[in-house]
Design a protein around this ligand. Structure first.
Ligand SMILES: NC(=O)c1ccc[n+]([C@@H]2O[C@H](COP(=O)([O-])OP(=O)(O)OC[C@H]3O[C@@H](n4cnc5c(N)ncnc54)[C@H](OP(=O)(O)O)[C@@H]3O)[C@@H](O)[C@H]2O)c1
Length: 290
């Protein structure tokens, strides 16, 4: 049985880091960087306990610079580690599982971060023929894990229990917030948050463009737009209020904000964003079928 982070003989009481747990990541791209970065910066896992694989060196070198071990062999990651993150693009997940299947043993826990790949697909016997009963969990991260401000959710597969869920929750709390959810919400999380980060950037870009049009320099507009989003998000989290209440608090009768909001409603912003969440969620669901 693997050592859970923050518990057991090998854990550092100051950081919760487990000196026993060896963490592997198959795939070394943006999301691997975000999730492993959270584990490293929060001290949840010592950097020397992390091994990352990818076919090319282009992303691996950043992990090497941080002190992680790197390899081009996915099998080698499996052999060296207990907890395995799958961080390749979703269509590659089946072939990666087939490739590593023979090296998976009872000590391994697999955590997929691939959008739109269901636990049912991950647990298909034909993908892990050498490893029936393996403990698998599915997580949905978002890019702000890179700055430890991610919104991560996860679900456990049929063989993963409370111990694995608690260990993952503890580790991923180093990436931002982390909640266990029914799997039905995971694709919705992709539509809301995984992809949602991009909608927010699009909105931020439009704010900046508007300010530039009104004469403010781009760099200043960009800083103020970012702080506006951060402050609005912080108020939502700290007050626990519904955004509709917070929005109405900004609207003075006959004032600037209500005039601006009328323009956003005329432009269909609310319907467009709802459609975007729906489209991304449906796309994630379709990806599993294909
Ligand atoms: N990016 C996001 O905002 C986000 C949000 C939620 C979920 N996700 C999920 O996170 C996963 C990774 O996304 P990403 O954005 O990090 O992708 P990415 O930046 O394109 O990284 C993909 C990584 O997979 C590696 N790779 C390709 N084939 C491989 C193989 N056969 N074995 C091992 N590694 C292989 C690539 O290697 P090279 O370094 O050699 O190219 C690269 O390091 C995806 O499944 C995605 O659905 C991403």
């Amino acid at each position: 049985m693997m050592a859970a982070a923050g518990s057991g003989s090998g854990s550092d009481p100051g950081t919760g880091a487990s000196s026993d747990l060896r963490v592997g990541c198959i795939g070394a791209g943006k999301m691997a960087r975000g999730v492993l970065g959270g584990l490293i910066i929060s001290g949840k896992v010592p950097v020397q306990n992390i091994t990352v694989s990818a076919p090319s060196d282009s992303n691996l070198q950043q992990f090497r610079a941080q002190g992680c071990s790197t390899t081009h062999s996915n099998i080698s990651v499996v052999q060296q580690c207990d907890l395995l993150f799958l961080a390749t693009k979703p269509p590659l997940i089946p072939q990666v599982l087939v490739e590593i299947s023979s090296a998976i043993t009872a000590r391994h826990v697999i955590v997929s971060m691939a959008a739109g790949v269901s636990l049912r697909t991950l647990e298909k016997v034909e993908m892990l023929p050498g490893a029936p009963g393996v403990r698998i969990l599915r997580m949905a991260p978002n890019l702000p894990c890179v700055v430890q401000a991610g919104a991560v959710v996860f679900s456990r597969g049929s063989c993963a229990g409370q111990e694995e869920a608690e260990m993952l929750q503890d580790l991923l709390s180093g990436c931002g917030t982390c909640e266990e959810m029914p799997e039905a919400f995971i694709d919705v999380h992709t539509g809301l948050s995984g992809s949602g980060v991009a909608y927010v950037y699009l909105f931020a870009e439009a704010l900046v463009d508007g300010a530039v049009k009104m004469g403010m320099p781009s760099a200043v507009s960009s800083r103020i737009a970012a702080q506006t989003l951060l402050g609005a998000a912080k108020m939502m989290l700290e007050t626990g209020e519904h955004p509709a209440k917070l929005r109405s608090d900004v609207c003075t009768p006959g004032g600037t904000t209500i005039h601006a909001l009328h323009e956003l409603e005329k432009g269909g912003l609310r319907a467009a964003v709802m459609n975007a969440v729906e489209a991304a969620t449906k796309r994630a669901r379709e990806m599993d079928k294909s």
